[in-house]
Design a protein around this ligand. Sequence first.
Ligand SMILES: *Cc1c(COP(=O)(O)O)cnc(C)c1O
Length: 359
Amino acid sequence: MTRIFNFSAGPSMLPEAVLQQAKDELLDWRGSGMSVMEMSHRGKQFSSIATELEADLRTLMGVPENYRVLFLQGGASAQFSFIPQNLLGEKTKACYVKTGAWSEKAIKDAKPYCDVIVSANSEGSNFTTIPELASWEIDPEAAYLHYTSNETIHGVEFNTTPDAKGLPLVCDMSSNILSRSIDVNEFGLIYAGSQKNMGAAGVTVVIVRDDLLGKCSKFVPLVFNYAEQVKNQSMLNTPTTYSWYLMGLVLKWVQTQGGVESMEQRNIAKSVKLYQAIDNSTLYRNPVEIVSRSRMNVPFILANEALDKEFLTAAEAAGLNELKGHRSVGGMRASIYNAMPESGIDALISFMQEFERTH
Ligand SMILES: *Cc1c(COP(=O)(O)O)cnc(C)c1O
């Protein structure tokens, strides 16, 4: 068996130890005589998996008592429209910060439900910057301020948590959750899909402060009504049980690695190394302003676009896969989430240097 270094943006690489454990437990989960896939979600075995999952996420992220943790379906994309429907209440406006493709989608999906105020917009720089926080126009009448902490496609990441000037801060953390320490107290709501830093596709984590619950529009299906799901431990209907289990394994793995702070140190080391290699070359270039470069998604452009195809073919032959950039920005992109080992970065850098030398 050979495993590649998988630089996919998501679904993405998982820790090998997690896959091994899932394999070992596939037919018989801890003496239960059945697979997690076969368990009733109401049974005692799965209940223990669910309880531990929430407890581990709370510990890793330091989720305070006055926040509820939900595990929902529909991906982060479903939340783009269910966030305004759950949080607006009597309000008619919401503030959004536009920093790339994902925040753009969140805005598009919010528009049918409220007046979207674009508080800041970096489209003018082709989404290679984060607008200066002091310049953001925040309407005190808005229900919340939404931003995307890491723009997976453009490779732009916030290096601090913005000040929402008293509004509940809502954050799409899909592609950098658990990669850096944050203070959950600064947020009203955090959401993230599972398939980048937390496991297989199929679960969306929503962490929401108690006081924001209970304002949901009556037109929202109960399974997307946060207060209803809180009452039912995210099991109003059958959850994606196997994805919950896999997320549980990934969280245990993060714990064994030393927790989020330790992941952050490694992510700094890994990303600095790769950006340095890019900056020190004449063939490769990263377009993002230095302070806003993502530690998770590293886009780079070859000086000669005609070499793109050859680069990708040769990379794949070297066991370095999924380096093609998103169709909307072109070029290359290396997604280097928590599960990407430093040896994967080293292998990529060696390959890039050798490719540059021979071209
Ligand atoms: C991947 C991603 C999404 C969409 O996730 P889905 O599970 O496909 O809905 C949303 N936001 C960000 C920042 C992402 O990286």
